[in-house]
Design a protein. Sequence first.
Length: 330
Amino acid sequence: MAHSELSNDLIKDTIESLANLLEEFYVFPEKAVKIRVDLFEKLSEGEYREAVNGYALSEVITNQMQKISNDLHLNLYFSEDVLPSKSNDSGSSDYTELRLKLNNYGFEKVERLPGNIGYLVLNEFAPPELAGETAANAMSFVGDTSGLIVDLRNNSGGTSFMVAFISSYLLDNSSPVHLNDLYWRSYNVTQSFWSLPFVPGKRFGGNKPICILTSNITCSAAEEFAYSLQALDRAQIIGEKTKGGANPGGIHRINDHFQAFIPNGRAINPITKDNWEGRGVIPDLKVASEEAYDIAYKTLLNKVLENNSKHPNQGEDQLIAEIKNKLTLL
């Protein structure tokens, strides 16, 4: 689609359809009304005719909606190609499954660092029905480590079901723990997420120290994971303030070339009664993201050394020596 085809009729149709979808689906109806009014005001004033192409128009409208709503999940997207209708979209799930599989379901790296510190690089919270086996293997691998770094610096989100699944490995199985709630406008119901009483493989457990690394890219489900464990006082967050996207939703086709992601739900943490939308998850220790790993590693080595030196068990001499040696090199 050439930019010359961005006609007044297409712009008008996009604005009208988008406004209707917002009023029907957006989780905050009062904000949907404000956005609708603003959209039509700018349409009548001819501001959108200044957009040179569909990409520019989608950027202008996205910025406009986010300014009013303070909701980073609210987005308008443009496609040069004609967007598939729902009836012709059967291949999308196959594409998603293959993409996830070829990316190892977001599990980029899992290893044991010197000093018996586990290191997990997780770039996506993929659905457990697809990624459960990979997740169980990764979490079992770090189950016997003495401290754990979970690196979410390049994680932009995923599903709350995987957040609950992985969180379960980091808690005890004595009783389920309430992690998060999602309120859904369309159904007027609140969906609760709890830790699982059983997980396949080996738990890391609820007592050993954890550091979660964040950046300004960390978003959505990755923020949910960090926010929930921080609220439970289960993990120390090290890095940068996260992006600030807490409201889940879905893609809505507007016409042949425009579609929108409209949040239909909002997160509600059972402890804070709030979420991280527009604010991000605030780290316990704010540092540049590129420095977060070294600081977390050193922090955990010192915690493990302190814990093991108080009442050393037989067989821990080698670990204590390994930690002391590593700390001299850092």
